[in-house]
Write a protein of this length. Structure first.
Length: 392
């Protein structure tokens, strides 16, 4: 299989070749090599392969998934594309992802049931209803850039996952979507039934605009675009059941922060600051904004709090001392953690292996685990006091 078929041209005495074209049987044979991880039955026997058509070197088919987990769907879709694409004579593969057809969808005069329209005057869908299987939603925010907000968001999410929780992470920092670099993932999100399947990274379910655009492509956003993007991250992504969904918010208190706060159903916000006065000035503005929006303040994280010399062990407060505690006391919220300043934390973010994974026994990793525990306790304290805020 796969070799050109010789045909003798009697008139000229020459031999010409007709390129081999893959048959339907060839395609089905390679797809039988892909098994569902749970049942260990091949996807052809399971009836997942539908609408197979071959036109020259173009092969197309639909994978009619059922209740398989999102990561299984992405894996099968990727393997199907790769294996069929390797067949001799195949130049292009179009493997669509769809859902299994309902029993009444074909024949018998059955009619599809249209979704009932909401009654006139009914309130619009609340953002909380977009992610009904998510238990807690946590924003990680800061008054200004450069305080390590994304580092805190990533390591908090990983530390929560380390407790056995299921965790998702949204890169809502649309101006600087750096999470793919920090998590070492370059995969593209999959699609299923016109919804996005988040990328898996170190056990986290992750979505970022950085996964959808080239590294050097500039992102120019206006307020309405940001609002729509965040709604899509909630409504159009198959997050599935999650204990925590963490949002890495953009810094500041401008149009982006306001739009994001209006569409995200937040259980609370973690405020990140460095100890220096200029950072404290900006974090006060951010806290005031969230309070005005009726978003609970989970607490304060003092990042880059102290530097311990790796050679002599001397501790130096490069950015000042006790700034995080002062802000926490001022607003009557907990100081959740003081994260040391250390080059290994920076190196972990640049290499795609965050410090909680790169050096789990380090003081920095321990501080992030303490942060995760403090956030979990604080959410339990806040739960009886209020339901998810209705904003906007």
């Amino acid at each position: 299989m796969g070799k050109p078929v010789p045909i003798r041209a009697v008139e000229t005495g020459q031999v010409s070749f007709v390129p081999y074209m893959a048959s339907e049987q060839d395609v089905l044979d390679v797809l039988r090599g892909i098994k569902d991880p749970e049942s260990q039955t091949d996807i052809v026997a399971l009836g997942l392969v539908r609408d197979l058509t071959i036109r020259g070197g173009d092969v197309s088919f639909t994978l009619a998934f059922g209740a398989q987990p999102a990561q299984t769907k992405v894996l099968i879709h990727s393997m199907a594309n790769k294996l069929v694409g390797r067949l001799p004579g195949v130049s292009r593969v179009n493997a669509k992802m769809g859902g299994a057809a309902a029993p009444h969808a074909h024949g018998g005069g059955g009619h599809a049931h249209a979704q009932a329209a909401p009654p006139a005057g009914a309130p619009p869908q609340r953002p909380a209803d977009m992610i009904p299987e998510v238990k807690q939603t946590i924003a990680v925010s800061s008054g200004k850039g450069g305080v390590g907000k994304s580092t805190v968001a990533v390591n908090l999410a990983l530390a929560l996952h380390g407790t056995g929780a299921s965790v998702g992470l949204i890169d809502a920092d649309v101006y600087g979507p750096d999470l793919p670099l920090m998590l070492g993932t370059k995969g593209r999100p999959g699609m299923f039934d016109n919804r996005i399947i988040p990328v898996e990274a170190h056990g986290l379910r992750v979505m970022s605009m950085g996964l959808l655009v080239a590294d050097k492509q500039p992102l120019v956003w206006r307020g309405p675009m940001i609002h729509t993007f965040i709604q899509q991250m909630l409504r159009d992504v198959l997050w599935g059941p999650l204990d925590y969904l963490v949002f890495d918010m953009p810094p500041g208190t401008g149009d982006a922060q306001l739009s994001l706060s209006q569409v995200i159903p937040l259980s609370g916000v973690v405020m990140v600051t460095t100890p220096q006065d200029v950072a404290l000035l900006d974090v006060r503005k951010a806290v005031a904004m969230f309070q005005r929006l009726n978003v609970p303040i989970i607490g304060v994280v003092e990042n880059m709090s102290v530097f311990a010399c790796p050679h002599c062990g001397e501790r130096t407060a490069i950015f000042g001392e006790a700034g995080g505690q002062r802000i926490a006391d001022e607003y009557g919220v907990p100081l959740l953690a003081r994260i040391p300043l250390d080059p290994e934390t920076r190196a972990g973010g640049d290499s795609g292996m965050p410090i909680t994974l790169r050096r789990p026994a380090s003081p920095q990793a321990a501080a992030f685990r303490d942060l995760a525990a403090a956030v979990s306790r604080r959410l339990d304290e806040l739960a009886p006091l209020k339901s998810l805020p209705t904003i906007g």
